[in-house]
Design a protein around this ligand. Structure first.
Ligand SMILES: Nc1nc2c(ncn2[C@@H]2O[C@H](COP(=O)(O)OP(=O)(O)OP(=O)(O)O)[C@@H](O)[C@H]2O)c(=O)[nH]1
Ligand SMILES: [Mg+2]
Length: 419
């Protein structure tokens, strides 16, 4: 990856307002784009907005607007034009030719931030994979013009020199990364299996980027993970132990946040990271309740959860940053907390406890003596109500969490029956 330049890149933002979109939504989206650009290390010099009734298939925006942008590029001496939309490779290229300036779309920008924030080997591989999937359709013939337009945002990641590789080389690299990721995933599975042998339910923090997931993680577990007023500060998952009021131990995990129009390339590449959330017994949806767009952010997170098929999991909505709210603004049914000031955490823990036991159901199990080692585990994870050691095996009546029930059901030799 390239070193960040000392000179701060100058950017012009282009917001798009669609016919059904309100001015507030469009402005907030543009404001979010500005935060993304700042996080990527560039500076917003000017912004412009365009109302669009029909997308021009060749250039997205119309001729007049392109002329205006070209003029702004010269007047403000900007080095990149950042679109608050995804552009097709052809649109992107034609806009660069017309404006004589590097053009970065929303996905390209987000991928760039991910490239800068990836720390672990796996995170770096995942980002690189996402970038190659993004670049593939853009590698038409020679990649000549990018070199002329310079580096900076939207060009980091696989490395500028490698941007000139042809599609065949890119495909080879993609295969190579996929293979390497499968290896990492294998060892991750072993880890997970080990973790599941330890009888602890997993609570996963999910939510919009910057909602305060890592701050909450630190408040609950003293994990010391990076929490910053920055988008996508967290990329690598962290798991820590935490004690509930009853003394029961659970694991808490913090992972990458979601965003409006999360690039699908990232969802594909971060499959393994999201796979971790799949093993959770409970999701905590952390919401920045002080944010003017909180309803939209909640909807975005729910949509991504649905896409990842995680929407059936037990979930608790957590309204964070209530310290920034006036008393009259506190509506809704979520659990109110301030992760930063440590407010409402005890209540949150009680609710987690309640929700976790809520997801327990009572089962009858028949375990062959060959697998009697499992019984010790079951005593730790569940609530054993009765036990009979018969000739054909150990018969247990037990309350178990859904996740543990699912784990048991994978064992063919165990008979599981719900009561
Ligand atoms: N006022 C206030 N600020 C908070 C609270 N919780 C978090 N923050 C701030 O919100 C910003 C983002 O917090 P993080 O914990 O990094 O958010 P995150 O959800 O982990 O974000 P990403 O990892 O970037 O997706 C930081 O500046 C925190 O200090 C809170 O309860 N009140
Ligand atoms: Mg974080």
């Amino acid at each position: 990856m390239l070193e960040r330049k000392t000179k701060i890149e100058r950017a012009l933002l282009v917001g798009i307002r669609h016919p059904l979109q309100s001015q507030l939504d469009a402005s907030e989206s543009l404001y979010e784009l500005e935060r993304l650009v700042n996080t990527a290390g560039a500076q917003v010099i000017a912004t412009t907005q365009q109302e669009i009734k029909k997308v021009d298939p060749a250039t997205y925006i119309g001729k007049g607007k392109i002329e205006e942008i070209t003029q702004m590029v010269q007047d403000y001496k900007v080095e990149s034009v950042v679109f608050d939309e995804d552009l097709s490779p052809g649109q992107n290229r034609r806009l660069e030719e017309a404006t004589k300036c590097k053009v970065v779309d929303r996905s390209g920008l987000i991928l760039d931030i991910f490239a800068q924030h990836a720390k672990s080997k796996e995170g770096k591989l995942q980002v690189e994979l996402a970038q190659y999937i993004y670049l593939m359709p853009r590698l038409v013939g020679q990649w000549g013009h990018f070199g002329k337009l310079g580096g900076g945002i939207g060009t980091r990641g696989p490395g500028e020199t490698q941007l000139e590789v042809d599609r065949r080389r890119a495909r080879e690299r993609i295969n190579h990364i996929r293979k390497a990721l499968r290896e990492v995933e294998k060892s991750r599975k072993v880890h997970r299996k080990k973790r599941q042998d330890v009888p602890v339910p997993l609570v996963a923090l999910v939510g919009y980027t910057n909602a305060g997931k890592s701050t909450l993680m630190n408040a609950l577990t003293h994990a010391g993970v990076l929490a910053e007023n920055q988008l996508f500060a967290t990329l690598d998952p962290t798991v820590r132990r935490m004690k509930l009021p009853s003394g029961r131990i659970v694991l808490v995990s913090d992972t990458v946040g979601f965003i409006h129009k999360l690039p699908h390339q990232l969802i594909e590449a971060f499959k393994a990271t999201f796979e971790e959330i799949r093993t959770a017994d409970l999701l905590l949806h952390v919401i920045d309740y002080s944010h003017p767009m909180r309803e939209q952010q909640i909807a975005t997170v729910n949509r991504v959860l649905e896409e990842l098929k995680l929407n059936k999991k037990p979930i608790l909505e957590v309204y964070n940053k209530v310290d920034l709210l006036g008393p009259s603004q506190a509506t809704g049914s979520g659990i109110r907390i301030s992760a930063k000031q440590g407010l409402g955490l005890e209540n949150l823990l009680n609710q987690i406890e309640e929700k976790l036991s809520f997801s327990f159901r009572t089962l009858r199990l028949k375990i062959p003596y060959r697998l009697s080692g499992l019984v010790t585990w079951l005593y730790k994870v569940g609530e054993v109500k009765s036990r009979k050691d018969r000739e054909d095996g150990i018969h247990l009546k037990i309350a178990l969490s859904q996740a543990n029930e699912a784990r048991l059901r994978q064992e063919e030799q165990i008979k599981v029956r719900a009561i």
